[in-house]
Design a protein around this ligand. Structure first.
Ligand SMILES: [Zn+2]
Length: 58
């Protein structure tokens, strides 16, 4: 399922599965180190919150 992300170079909307940005032509415009970092951070936050919720309720 493709979703729209902002190109890491020109910041215009592109499909996250696009091999090239249709606007500026950069390779893999959806590959953004900041976004992957953010995704990683979200997983950690979910894990930590889940851990504390578990400690609190059990
Ligand atoms: Zn672009």
């Amino acid at each position: 399922m493709a979703s729209l992300v902002n190109c890491r170079v020109c910041k215009k909307s592109v499909a996250d599965t696009a091999k090239n940005c249709p606007h500026c032509g950069v390779d893999e415009p959806g590959k953004n180190s900041f976004q992957s970092c953010l995704g990683c951070g979200c997983l950690i936050v979910v894990a930590v919150v889940g851990y504390f919720a578990y400690q609190f309720f059990f």
